[in-house]
Write a protein that binds this ligand. Structure first.
Ligand code: GDP
Ligand code: MN
Length: 380
């Protein structure tokens, strides 16, 4: 679950991280009023669940309340990376001398949380990481021990932070670690953390991603989840208990079990294809769930072929086959389906699929090869 900037900053602030004064607004009229309270000068920020808003024109500065209203009207009619802007954050304008990047995430290779800092933060941090990786400082943490003073000092030195700011930087790093840990975050990030003209540190932007698997113990986060702002197919999939993640290729995948789904994606890649999604339909899926899954895969217009890979354990292959037949009746385009069934009731499943236009494969390797072939044919 990804939080909006204003939500992340509210949480940061509760943990003692300084943020600018400001409020969320639903309309240009509200923006005008908030800007008036702030003395006219304000920064108006599109609240969408995507980064890089500044470069896309989603962040604008106003000099008067009137101008704030006009800018808000523009921003509220925008789409950023396909996501409509429904609300804007109106913050006081903060003047600064320097933009710092500060973030905490989990490093899967090291199997540890890592705190990352850079003295060249701001909107081009991805470019810095690519072209000047030496300007990015990483310090690995031992989760049970948390973040030590010597580590935040090492970070401060690494990013050339003026000595008089070390103390407040230490407190901000510690607070960010607490935010990360107590909220089961996958990412807690401040970019930019600025050194203001008054020589203080302040978080101007906030990003937080919380592990979905931990939401059962964070009812307060579930409460503020903004489903309207998320990828609609992913929301739809979650409603049916399907784990769907959109990818960039054209081979749709429907698999039971996360491990088998990963292996299927690998096999597609190994054969030169590109998957359009990850989808785990879970154990014991019935026909209804299967046909919903196919509908969700087809909602992505780039899908040229669908690969179904089921290893029946609790899941019964005949039930899956029924779901597939049901789904093909309502599918609008003629997207070919390639089906590999193994395990519980696989034979009954294959019988159901006989005498249909669906393609069946004897094993996973063949299924993947066929899918890649179909995806190429469709491209021409
Ligand atoms: P992002 O583009 O989605 O990461 O949005 P940010 O909130 O990080 O804003 C992008 C850039 O806008 C920042 O790096 C700053 O340079 C600038 N910016 C954001 N807030 C303020 C502000 O209050 N005052 C000033 N002067 N610039 C700001
Ligand atoms: Mn930012």
């Amino acid at each position: 679950m990804r939080l909006h900037e204003y939500q992340a900053k509210n949480i940061f602030s509760r943990y003692g991280i300084p943020i600018p004064k400001g409020r969320i607004a639903n309309s240009a009229g509200e923006v005008k009023q908030i800007a008036e309270e702030l003395g006219g000068r304000a920064v108006i920020k599109a609240q969408v669940l995507a980064g890089g808003r500044g470069k896309l024109g989603g962040i604008r500065l106003s000099k008067t309340a009137q101008e704030a209203e006009e800018l808000a009207t523009q921003i509220l009619s925008m789409d950023l990376k396909g996501l409509p802007v429904r609300r804007v954050l109106v913050d006081e304008i903060v003047s600064f001398n320097k933009e710092i990047y500060l973030g905490i995430t989990n490093d899967r290779v090291e199997r540890k949380p890592v705190i990352i800092g850079s003295g060249t933060g701001g909107v081009d941090i991805e470019e810095v990481a690519r072209e000047n990786p030496e300007k990015i400082v990483k310090i690995y943490l031992d989760a049970p021990f948390g973040l030590h003073d010597f580590q935040t000092r090492e970070l401060a030195i690494g990013i050339d932070l003026p000595r008089e700011l070390w103390k407040s930087f230490n407190l901000i790093c510690k607070s960010l670690w607490k935010v990360f840990k107590e909220n089961d975050a996958a990412i807690a990030e401040i970019n930019p953390l600025v050194i203001t003209h008054n020589g203080e540190l302040m978080a101007l932007d906030g990003k937080m991603v919380v592990d979905d698997n931990s939401l059962f113990r964070h009812p307060e986060l579930v409460e503020i989840r903004d489903l309207d702002a998320e990828e609609p197919v992913e929301v739809e999939a979650r409603k049916y208990g399907l784990s769907y993640i959109k990818m960039n290729g054209n081979i749709g995948c429907m698999v039971n079990g996360a491990g088998l789904a990963m292996a299927t994606l690998d096999l597609i890649k190994a054969n030169g294809g590109e998957p359009s999604n990850f989808l785990d339909i879970g154990g014991g899926a019935n026909a209804d769930k299967v046909s919903t899954a196919i509908r969700i895969i087809c909602a992505d217009p780039s899908v040229k072929v669908i690969l179904v890979n089921i290893f029946g354990g609790i899941t019964r292959c005949d039930e899956v086959a029924k779901g597939i037949i049901a789904a093909t009746k309502v599918m609008k385009d003629n997207v070919p389906l390639i089906i590999r069934l193994a395990g519980t009731n696989a034979e009954q499943g294959m019988q159901i699929l006989e005498n249909t236009s669906l393609h069946t494969a004897q094993n996973l390797e063949d299924a993947a090869k066929m899918a890649v072939k179909f995806s190429r044919r469709a491209k021409k």
